[in-house]
Design a binder for this molecule. Sequence first.
Ligand code: HEM
Length: 195
Amino acid sequence: MTELHRTDTNHVPTTATRPWRLGRRTRKAVLVTHIVSVGAWIGMDVVLAILVFTAMFTSDPHTLGVSYQALSLFAVWPLFIAGFICLLSGVALGLGTKYGLIRYWWVAVKLVLNLLLTGLVLIALRPTVIQANEQGAELINGTRTTAPVTDLIYPPIVSPLALLFAVIIAVYKPWGRTRKNKTDTRRATSSPTES
Ligand code: HEM
């Protein structure tokens, strides 16, 4: 028997078999990063919504142009980076705690949502924002008086709603484990850093 094995109880995992876990302080630091990135992401979605709805309802071409051009300041890379930091910190939290990546439904669903939303920023939002930026310049210099807003309506509705849903399931942690087994009860009552 090596010194790494605990002898007081048969149920305490040995150092050799215990999966990798984040230390308490590191876990808190990663959790802060995760929550701040979520806040930044939702905040940018709110600004996106304000600009898109301003563009939709204004009758002033200059205001429309300024709203369109302002989108390109944050709507692709800063938004993507916030989503990507959320993804990285979320994956670290999942792997570094008892929650895992696909062990609990609430984590697995957030993983899929995070991948979808960040993917959509590059695939769907980016071309639309580039086009809006060009139209914004034309609106400001007077070579154009109107521009369609249609493609821009969905991102500021779908993304904040999906993120709100992700925050709610992160806090309430519903639906339990993806695969039931007899260790459910013990794991559900242990602290996040325990195996
Ligand atoms: C879709 C975007 C996401 C949002 C809005 C979000 C939101 C949150 C929030 C608000 C918390 C804090 C909950 C609390 O302390 O009560 C949290 C914790 C957590 N998130 Fe996320 N998250 C997202 C993506 C992810 C991803 C992609 C993963 C992993 C694949 C993940 C894994 C976790 C884990 C494991 C915790 C618990 C950490 C702990 O208590 O140690 N999250 N998330």
